[in-house]
Design a protein. Structure first.
Length: 248
């Protein structure tokens, strides 16, 4: 599941009439890079949750879907008034077995997908990176070994030792637990305003086996602000240059 319903208002005016998943990154939009990374790592099917300018996403998909990969869309009509937990609620029926969830604004490589897929078995696995310090916008994590103890933007203090990059793997039991938690939270008054990782935080606290997989050393980027757009284009440009060198 690729959660691409939002407009990306913090990227205005770039996203005035174009969802951020279609912003050009060295000749290919974010969604195109994501689908290629998943396909190259062996993922055969993807569901893209759309919202803002879903018509443009659906029009672009035939040219973005890698050969042999089945790509479907599901429209989230609540994208203007709800956060991404609602997008997960919209695709809850897709969690019938093992699944992956990828934020629509996370630029990843095939190596990152492979590293997550190769991580030891767990109910839920969260990909993380580590750096010297974390800011208010980072989705911070507290880990003990590879066990996730807490995840959230409001975490602080010396116990914070990583950040989620917005890419998760669910085993069958983890998927079922996640769906149950999402359904429960969406029945509350605050449900539409929450991130889906708040459900992961709750499950970790309740004893569900939530682990982490580090992707330290691999290039990735999150696309939230104009400065991020330049960083994403820089990384994508390096990838394009590497491909050209191999084929040349």
């Amino acid at each position: 599941m690729i959660l691409s319903a939002g407009q990306g208002s913090r990227l205005l005016p770039h996203t005035q009439n174009l969802p951020k998943c279609l912003l050009d990154l060295a000749g290919l939009p974010m969604l195109g890079w994501q689908l290629q990374a998943l396909a190259q790592a062996g993922i055969a099917e993807a569901v893209v949750v759309t919202g803002f300018r879903s018509d443009l996403v659906e029009k672009a998909l035939p040219g973005l879907a890698p050969p042999g990969m089945r790509v479907r869309t599901l429209f989230n009509p609540f994208y203007k008034v709800a956060d991404n937990l609602a997008s997960c609620w919209m695709v809850r029926h897709e969690f019938a077995g093992p699944a992956l969830v990828l934020n629509g604004d996370t630029l990843i490589s095939p190596e990152i997908v492979s590293r997550l897929l190769a991580a030891p078995a767990a109910d839920i696995t969260v990909t993380i990176d580590r750096k010297a310090g974390y800011d208010d916008d980072d989705m911070k994590v507290v880990t003990e070994g590879d066990q996730l103890r807490a995840i959230g933007k409001r975490l602080s203090g010396p116990e914070v030792n990583g950040e989620s990059i917005g890419f998760l793997r669910f085993g069958s039991r983890g998927a079922a637990a996640f769906v149950a938690e999402v359904e429960a939270v969406m029945r509350t008054a605050e449900g539409t305003g929450l991130w889906y990782l708040s459900a992961i935080n709750k499950l970790a606290g309740d004893g569900v086996d939530v682990r982490t997989a580090s992707i330290e050393g691999l290039d990735w980027a999150e696309l939230d602000f104009p400065a991020d757009l330049e960083r994403c284009r820089e990384i994508a440009g390096q990838w394009q240059a590497g491909r050209a060198k191999k084929t040349g």
